[in-house]
Ligand binder design. Structure first.
Ligand SMILES: [Zn+2]
Length: 174
C-alpha cells in the first residue's frame, strides 16, 4: 500500500520557502520526500531568510510584550484590590470617627450640665483639673478645717465653763 503524502514548506537556511512532499502516514522506517519547487536564486533565498528572521524577531517581541502586559495587568489587579481594601478601611474609620464625635458631644454635654450644677456659669475644660484649681480647692479645705477647729475649741470652752459653773453653784447651795 503506497504512503499518503503531504506538502510542507521548508524554512531552512539553504532552502527557504521551498515546498516538498513527505510521508503523511508516519510509517516507521519510511523516509519518502520529494521537492516540489525548483531551487530559488541566491537573492531570493537570502531575502526569504532575512524575512524569516524578521518575522521570528517580531514574534519574540510580541510574546515579550504580551508577557509584560500580563504582568502589568496583574499589578493593576493587585493595586485595585488594595485600593478597595483602603476604601473599605476608610469607610469604617469614618464611621468610627462619627461615632466618637457623637459620644464626645454627649460627654461634653454631661460635663457642662455638671459644671452648671456646681454653680459655674460656663464650662471651661482647660481649667478643669489644672494645678491652679487644685490649689484653690486645697486652700478652701484648709479654711474649712480651721473653722471646724475653732468651733470645736469654742464648744469645749463653753462646756468647761458650764461644768465649772454647775460645780460652783452646787457647792454654794450645799
Ligand atoms: Zn511513507
Amino acid at each position: 500500500m503506497p504512503c499518503q503524502s503531504r506538502t510542507v514548506i521548508s524554512w531552512s537556511d539553504t532552502n527557504p520557502g521551498m515546498r516538498f512532499l513527505k510521508c503523511a502516514t508516519r510509517v516507521v522506517g519510511c523516509d519518502f520526500w520529494y521537492w516540489v519547487d525548483k531551487p530559488h536564486e541566491e537573492f531570493l533565498r537570502q531575502l526569504l531568510v532575512d524575512l524569516r528572521e524578521a518575522i521570528k524577531g517580531l514574534r519574540q517581541e510580541k510574546t515579550e510584550l504580551q508577557q509584560r502586559v500580563q504582568a502589568q495587568q496583574m499589578t493593576i489587579s493587585v493595586l485595585q484590590a488594595e485600593l478597595e481594601d483602603a476604601r473599605r478601611e476608610k469607610s469604617v474609620l469614618q464611621l468610627e470617627l462619627q461615632d466618637a464625635d457623637r459620644r464626645n458631644v454627649g460627654v461634653e454635654g454631661v460635663f457642662s450640665d455638671t459644671a452648671r450644677g456646681l454653680g459655674r456659669t460656663e464650662w471651661d475644660g482647660s481649667a478643669y483639673g489644672s494645678p491652679r484649681r487644685v490649689e484653690k480647692l486645697e486652700k478652701g479645705r484648709s479654711i474649712l478645717w480651721g473653722a471646724v477647729a475653732c468651733c470645736v475649741v469654742f464648744i469645749l470652752a463653753f462646756f468647761c465653763c458650764c461644768v465649772g459653773c454647775k460645780l460652783c453653784c452646787s457647792s454654794s447651795n450645799a
